[in-house]
Design a protein around this ligand. Structure first.
Ligand code: NDP
Ligand code: AKB
Length: 262
């Protein structure tokens, strides 16, 4: 079955993105697959066309490259069939903060923050105009956890969470659904790419289980989906505490504890 609805998925050549591609093809969606490795994208695209009878386009792009990013933005702006953006492409951090170079910092932020934000910004006006569409952003539980020693990666994922919360407030009233998916350790190539042996981790989720759970949240139109969080009330409490903190910020005067002692 082919529907008119098309999902554009970044980082679709492997891992979580490739699994999203499988699932959306199963649901009858046409696809636009984005990543750098064209041979892998072509092989996945051909298999999904054959097995699922959906239309699949391949868009080779390095999302840290300005010209490539602009091409994907243009596709999102101009292709009215695309009504789902899976903002998934991302990379992890190799080494601690002191081991980072200017180049590694730029690349991590360019992929995990800049490209994700610019692609959401390319899609949002058209989705809002249509009164429909979905933007799914891949964050991480590391965005809650400076303790994990991946300070820049975690900061990029904290950004993704905040951005998704803000976009949801702005876009839901216009008919656009926004979801932030926050996995914990999931068995994909991201670990090897960052020089970490995934087999040294004690608990790792299978990528199929992760994406299936994320899609349960998608179908429920959840804003925040945290598949490995077993006690849902933890998130409710955290977000409630944040809103309580906001209620106790009074900007006209400093709090008593910051007043100079006479
Ligand atoms: N796996 C995990 O444990 C967790 C993952 N996440 C997040 O999930 C998302 C997907 O991760 P995962 O599937 O594990 O990672 P993988 O490393 O398995 O896949 C990453 C995907 O992104 C693509 N990609 C990488 N760099 C670029 C680039 N410069 N331009 C375009 N595409 C690029 C890769 O394709 P190619 O090389 O062909 O370009 C690949 O398709 C990421 O945002 C990650 O941070 C969050 C929490 C945990
Ligand atoms: C993929 C990572 O490096 C990270 N630990 C995460 O769980 O997001």
């Amino acid at each position: 079955m082919t529907t008119q609805s098309t999902a554009l998925i970044t980082g679709a050549s492997t891992g979580i993105g490739a699994t999203y591609a499988e699932r959306f093809a199963q649901r009858g969606h046409d696809l636009v697959l984005v990543a750098r490795d064209k041979a892998r994208l072509d092989a996945l695209a051909q298999r999904l066309r054959d097995e699922r009878q959906v239309a699949v386009d391949v868009l080779q792009a390095d999302l840290t490259n300005q010209a490539d990013l602009a091409t994907v933005e243009a596709r999102l702006r101009d292709d009215a069939r695309i009504d789902i953006l899976i903002n998934n492409a991302g990379m992890a951090q190799s080494g601690g903060f002191e081991q980072q170079t200017a180049e590694s910092i730029d690349r991590l932020i360019a992929l995990n923050i800049t490209s994700l934000t610019r692609l959401a910004a390319a899609a949002a006006p058209r989705f809002a105009q249509a009164g429909a569409g979905s933007i799914v952003n891949l964050g991480s539980v590391v965005g809650f956890a400076p303790e994990f020693g991946m300070s820049i990666y975690g900061a990029t994922k904290a950004f993704v969470l905040f951005l998704s919360q803000g976009l949801s407030l702005e876009l839901v009233p216009k008919g656009v659904y926004v979801q932030a998916v926050l996995p914990a350790a999931t068995r994909t190539e991201i670990w090897e790419r960052a020089g970490i042996d995934v087999n040294t981790l004690t608990e790792v989720m299978d990528v199929d289980e992760l994406v299936d759970a994320a899609l349960v949240g998608f179908d429920r139109r959840e804003l925040i989906t945290i598949p490995p969080l077993h006690v849902a009330e933890r998130w409710t409490a955290l977000d409630g505490a944040r809103q309580g903190l906001l209620a106790d910020i009074r900007q006209a005067h400093a709090a008593d504890r910051y007043r100079q002692q006479a």
